[in-house]
Design a protein around this ligand. Structure first.
Ligand SMILES: [Zn+2]
Length: 109
């Protein structure tokens, strides 16, 4: 089993995974990844910032069987429907893994 960090775009539902555990990435890393994708949405700066923070605060660590790892959208953002994700990693579902840290993080920015 291997871990990955899953990011999801709230606008188009595209998903992107980063190799490794959540604690291997700084907020800055995650923001830059989110921003890469959000550029395609043609948002103004304030909206971009809000979406960026939202994506990062919803970032979830997932655990994937090694054999499935290559099927994750590691290289780039992909349509949710075009990619494979392990069951239970959907956002907002039962046993949501979203961290309650987001409000604290936001106020410090
Ligand atoms: Zn998007």
């Amino acid at each position: 089993m291997e871990s990955a960090v899953l990011l999801r775009c709230p606008i188009c539902n595209a998903v992107h995974t980063l190799e490794g555990g959540r604690n291997e990435y700084s907020k800055r890393d995650l923001y830059s990844s989110a921003k890469t994708h959000l550029r395609g949405h043609d948002l103004n700066e304030p909206k971009m910032a809000i979406r960026k923070y939202g994506i990062v605060s919803d970032a979830t660590e997932i655990v994937v069987p090694s054999g499935k790892y290559r099927q994750l959208p590691i290289e780039e953002w992909r349509e949710r429907d075009d990619t494979w994700l392990p069951g239970g990693s959907l956002f907002g579902g039962e046993g949501s893994l979203s961290a309650p840290e987001s409000s604290v993080e936001l106020s410090s920015l």
